[in-house]
Design a protein around this ligand. Structure first.
Ligand SMILES: [Zn+2]
Length: 402
């Protein structure tokens, strides 16, 4: 059975199930569920994939709304995974188009099911909750769900743009962590005996001003932004408790770790100078994305092969963060970005909710799913492709021009 014929059968299988795939995406769009609550979406996608003969593990990695669906090939070989997100945004619904990502997971399962019996390796669709808040992929990685995966693929809408990052630093973004600071002081009457009080709000104020001083001495792509989450209870009482939350973002995981230490030292200094106690809580950390350009170039040529119009404009580092970055530190990983609109639209918006359910959006979903499924097939059947991707991954960052 030659590869060209198998590739055509992948395309045909997805095309024949076009309506069923769109129904899955539309059902999720009309019933948006936020991070960690994607019960209906996870159940729908995983049960549809189970019907195709995949072995489905629900609550994968201990996350209620995660799943892993696996289909063995004829014999041993690499494992390639497609990651399906399905969480919505509070108050907006599917303003990031994750209903389409869920649909692409089902579509890819259909496509690969058509050929897995003839090729070696394993194909998986992993349902990854909570991209918008929490970082479900980080928890799944910590639980070992990706330990045996050799390469990971995704799709994501990109407004009016279609293409895949194919040279450094295109497709890279920012590592991010969330830090919670809690300052503990001592209450007193603000006029009667303020000398007996320790003002927790002062600690928060010094934290902000100290971070502002730090800004002079960080790299250009650093972002540090925060809010006061508790600023006292009454102006005539010396505040005994105050808190703030900051996002710290950096161009690499390693630099982020340095910044976390510097920002934490500012907090400790603020506590020392005001007499407060401070506790610092670090939440999940998203690493910066290390996109596989080797896989990306193949992915984009597969996009062209299925009739997607490429209009991607390579850019520098993206000023955003995603938990797919953590996966990209583990293995070659690539995202197929696709247009759902003919005109530019803002992210996390009602326009995305609408475009994610439009005829054009769904037509593009079918096409990009075919391209992703073909890329998974290529990774399973073309040893050079996977080998080149792994050596690129081991030698990050790629030399310029790569
Ligand atoms: Zn998104």
């Amino acid at each position: 059975m030659d590869r060209a014929h198998q590739r055509q059968r992948i395309i045909d299988a997805i095309e024949e199930n076009r309506q069923a795939i769109i129904e899955v995406a539309e059902s999720i769009r009309l019933n948006p569920e936020i991070a960690y609550q994607e019960r209906a979406a996870s159940a729908l996608v995983s049960s549809k994939i189970a019907e195709l003969g995949y072995e489905v593990e629900r609550e994968a990695g201990g996350l209620e709304t995660a799943f892993r669906a696996s289909l063995h090939g004829r014999g041993d070989g690499p494992t390639v995974a497609v990651l399906a997100e399905y969480d919505a945004l509070p108050g907006i619904g599917h303003g990031c188009g994750h209903n389409l990502i869920a649909g692409s997971g089902y579509a890819a399962a259909i496509g690969l099911q058509a050929v897995m019996g003839e090729i070696n390796g394993m194909f998986e669709v992993i349902g990854t909750p909570a991209e918008e808040a929490g970082g479900g992929k980080i928890q799944l990685a910590d639980a070992g769900i990706f330990n045996d995966v050799d390469a990971a693929l995704m799709v994501h809408h990109a407004g009016d743009r279609t293409g895949v990052a194919s040279s450094y630093p295109d497709g890279t973004n920012l590592a991010v962590t969330t830090l919670d600071f809690e300052f503990f002081g001592k209450p007193a009457h603000a006029a009667g005996d303020p000398f007996n009080g320790v003002n927790a709000v002062n600690g928060v104020v010094k934290l902000f001003t100290g971070i502002d001083a730090l800004r002079q001495h960080v790299t250009m792509d650093t972002r540090i932004h925060g809010i006061i989450t508790h600023g006292g209870d009454a102006a005539n009482v010396v505040p005994k408790y105050a808190s703030a939350q900051f996002f710290v973002r950096a161009g690499s995981r390693d630099y982020l770790l340095e910044l976390i230490e510097k920002v934490s030292n500012v907090a400790r200094g603020a506590a020392l100078m005001t007499g407060c106690e401070v506790t610092i809580t670090e939440r999940e950390t998203c690493y910066d994305m290390r996109p596989s350009y080797v896989v990306g170039r193949r992915y984009q040529s597969n996009m062209e092969a299925v009739g997607l119009e490429i209009n991607h404009r390579p850019s520098g580092r993206g000023m955003y963060s995603t938990d797919f970055g953590n996966i990209s530190y583990l293995m070659p990983a690539a995202t197929g970005s696709f247009a759902i609109s003919h005109d530019p639209i803002p992210g996390h918006s009602q326009q995305v909710v609408d475009a994610s359910g439009s005829d054009f959006g769904y037509d593009q979903l079918i096409k990009v799913s075919k391209a992703m499924a073909l890329t998974a097939f290529d990774l399973l059947t073309d040893n050079d492709l996977l080998g080149d991707a792994k050596s690129e991954h081991e030698n990050w960052p790629p030399k310029s021009g790569a």
